[in-house]
Design a protein around this ligand. Structure first.
Ligand code: NOJ
Length: 741
């Protein structure tokens, strides 16, 4: 038996090796036939006819350039018909090198899933992998080869609008999610239902100063390696085919022209074999940064630093040939970039069939697949976070007679898609998305009377709708209020200095709360918002983010207890903007405050608590969980040994529910100081009422290692705290161990 397994394994390795060899040979053979212009053509990417996702450059010669092999890739071309049309142009070129179609398939293609930050709140890695898989299946059937996702930027600043696109503030959680998403998108590359992932934005884009998009980033090497790079490495370990660089400068050097990031770390130390695409126009933007004086210098800096493909700057198109002729760019650099791109085109099977992914029948089947909608509904429900539930206002009883549903987002459809959704021209998104109103109607049918009032707009100071809203609230047994951001208030270039509920929304909540009726507030947003009055006064709050196509049904499932909420915050929610950046895994300082009231000569604000309003990892359920019986298999270990941590979790409430059991560690003393608490593992478990499960975690050297002052990854002997919590601020069980010399 063993022999058979070994032989099969050897055979598989041999086949994989010979296939790879064939691809490399094919790439080399093709490269030999290419002129310099054709090579440079492979390094260009143009936007197509669909909505531009950046400042558009007009190129009237686009079509003829594709026909002459002067362009290798396009973005923003949607659907089998359009991708086919452009591919037909490429097939008229001398060498018939197929185009690569890239697209921002960030949280679904036609079936829209929750925004990535919302999905991260599910802490459900399988669900996130599945949503990426479905997005890939739909996009690939429409002719897309490549998604510009996942975004794995760690984000500790909710003023930055792009927090909606990532997995939040934590490196460990972010790395696990990055891995799952890459696996989901890519499946098995080359299969017709897979797309290449593009891990972005390399690197440290999430640390833009002041949370202002595109702003500079200034950080220590240790911070870069310890906090910002690991999710990229995890995505690479999952097999990510491509990377995108970034708009920001890092310590004075734009990421796009940053050799240290792209050549030394990514292609050097990490041995990345795929290719790097620039961000939209980011090669040309190095002129504005003041890093280069013109487009020619920009092209030189970018190609030298390791940016293989130019998205929309036209810097490579106009300058690379001249730079080669002037011997400023060695042809080997161009060849390397071209080979990286061609290799992917071969791996995708595009040379065998350039239309392989543009298949109308598959498109029709994939885009209208009811299973996809079912998954979208389930994942949306899992992404909702129950922030507060006093007096058991939730779940709403199905016997309730009259329900008032109030707010500017109740009847919206498209808003639920959030930022970075794909808008297919032929789809009417005003029909495609289940509104919250429709979701409620679907849920209650004729059993309850539903009343509706808009109350107010999302922005502006008009309170004319208040009276009607108060009137229907007075007639109802329970009131649900749906408020928050517009979908385009969080996203690219959507930084906000003020994170309060906009307009008169909080005043509307106050007016409705004053009726004395039980109130449930739904907060729809792409980022953590600040809503202190609501948090302190309203009995029930669900943070619903933006949930996608099935938003309305998923929200109704949670409101009525058909799904027991299980989401946990992937970012800390600040009390005031003045606390930002705010994150749970901070250092202790030399003068930590002993409690929230202590301010004198300690590290604290004199006018505000240090703690967030809602902490990282926090989220309630309709049931309760008890933690007990923490055991460590050893309390002293050598670095080669492992500790098994076990504990019991009991569902002590009356309904089934899911809990995210979180393992945190603290390294008490280090040669560089360590955070007061760090997430190092978690498990999401389901328990029936009364059920107990034993959970096991393993702690090994990897989990207790960190970058020392010389940037070496080490585990230092000494004492460690082990903390098991229901959130980063709700530690239920604690023990410690020692790492011996
Ligand atoms: C700019 C964004 O930063 C990037 O994430 C996106 O993929 C490109 N535009 C293409 O739309």
């Amino acid at each position: 038996m063993k022999k058979i397994v070994t032989t099969t394994l050897l055979l598989t390795c041999f086949i994989a090796f010979s296939q790879q060899k064939t691809i490399d040979q094919k790439v080399d053979a093709l490269l030999k036939r290419m002129t310099l212009e054709e090579k440079i053509g492979q390094l260009n990417q143009y936007t197509g006819d669909n909505a531009a996702t950046g400042p558009i450059t007009i190129n009237p010669n686009k079509q003829s350039e594709i026909k002459t092999g002067l362009n290798g890739s396009m973005l923003n071309v949607l659907g089998t018909q359009h991708t086919r049309q452009y591919q037909e142009l490429a097939m008229q070129s001398r060498l018939k090198i197929p185009l690569l179609f890239g697209q921002d398939v960030i949280h679904g293609y036609k079936t829209t899933f929750p925004i990535p930050l919302a999905e991260a709140a599910s802490w459900d890695l399988d669900a996130m992998e599945l949503s990426a898989r479905i997005a890939a299946t739909e996009a690939a059937a429409s002719g897309i080869h490549w998604t510009f996702a996942p975004m794995v930027d760690i984000a500790r600043d909710p003023r930055w609008g792009r927090v909606m696109e990532g997995a939040g503030e934590d490196t460990y959680l972010g790395s696990r999610i990055a891995y799952a998403r890459v696996k989901g998108f890519q499946g098995k590359l080359g299969d017709v239902n897979s797309v290449m992932a593009c891990v972005k934005h390399f690197a440290a884009y999430g640390a833009a100063i002041g949370g202002r998009d595109y702003n500079s980033v200034d950080m220590s090497e240790r911070m870069l390696w310890e906090t910002y790079l690991p999710p990229f490495k995890a995505a690479l370990d999952a097999g990510a085919a491509t990377f995108m660089n970034s708009f920001n400068d890092l310590n004075g050097i734009p990421a796009t022209g940053n050799k240290y990031l792209q050549r030394d770390i990514l292609k050097g130390k990490w041995n990345f074999k795929g290719f790097v695409v620039s961000d939209w126009g980011s090669i040309g933007e190095m002129i504005n940064h003041g890093y280069v004086k013109d487009s020619k210098e920009a092209a030189l800096a970018a190609i030298t630093a390791g940016s293989d493909m130019d998205m929309e700057s036209n810097a490579y198109r106009y300058n690379l040939a001249q730079l080669v002729k002037e011997k400023k760019v060695p042809i080997a650099l161009i060849d390397d970039a071209v080979k990286r791109i061609l290799r992917k085109k071969f791996e995708l099977g595009l040379f065998e069939d350039p239309y392989k992914y543009s298949n109308p029948e598959r498109e029709q089947a994939a885009l209208n697949n009811p299973e996809h909608r079912k998954a979208a509904r389930e994942i949306a429900a899992k992404s909702i976070v129950l922030l507060k539930n006093e007096k058991s206002v939730l779940p709403i009883s199905k016997q309730t007679k009259t329900i008032a549903f109030i707010g500017p987002l109740v009847k919206e459809r498209k808003q639920n898609m959030g930022f970075w959704s794909v808008e297919l021209p032929e789809v009417d998104y005003d029909k495609h998305v289940i509104s919250q109103w429709e979701g409620l109607q679907n849920k209650v049918g004729n059993t309850a009377k539903l009343l509706y009032a808009k109350g107010c707009e999302i922005e502006g100071d008009n309170k004319d709708g208040f009276a009607e809203a108060i009137a229907i609230a007075n007639q109802a047994d329970v009131v649900i209020l749906s408020i928050g951001e517009r979908r385009d208030m969080s996203g690219e270039a959507k930084s906000r200095s003020n994170l309060r509920l906009s307009g008169v929304q909080e005043e509307l909540i106050k007016a409705i709360q004053a009726t004395g009726k039980p109130v449930v507030v739904l907060i729809n947003a792409g980022r953590p918002l600040i809503f202190n009055w609501t948090a302190d006064n309203v009995p029930a709050i669900l943070y619903t983010w933006w949930l996608g196509s099935e938003a309305g049904n998923a929200i109704a499932d949670v409101l009525f207890g058909d799904y027991n909420p299980s989401g946990k915050l992937p970012m800390s929610f600040p009390r005031e903007e003045g606390q930002i950046p705010i994150y749970y895994n901070h250092f202790n300082t030399g003068r930590p405050a002993k409690n929230e009231n202590e301010t004198n000569y300690v590290s604290a604000y004199t006018d505000l608590k240090n703690s967030p309003k809602f902490p990282f990892g926090y989220g309630l359920s309709y049931t309760t969980f008890e933690y007990s019986n923490l055991k460590l298999s050893k309390n002293k270990i050598k670095s080669t040994e492992k500790i098994t941590v076990s504990l019991n979790v009991t569902n002590s409430g009356k309904v089934a529910g899911e809990e995210v059991v979180q393992l945190y560690l603290r390294d008490k003393v280090g040669s560089v100081i360590r955070p007061i608490i760090e997430l190092k593992d978690f498990q999401k478990i389901k328990l029936n009422a009364g059920q107990t499960k034993t959970i096991k975690f393993s702690i090994d050297k990897e989990k207790i290692s960190f970058y020392n002052a010389n940037l070496q990854w080490v585990a230092e002997p000494g004492d460690f705290d082990v903390m098991i919590g229901s959130s980063s601020a709700d530690i239920r069980l604690k023990d410690s161990f020692e790492l011996l010399n």
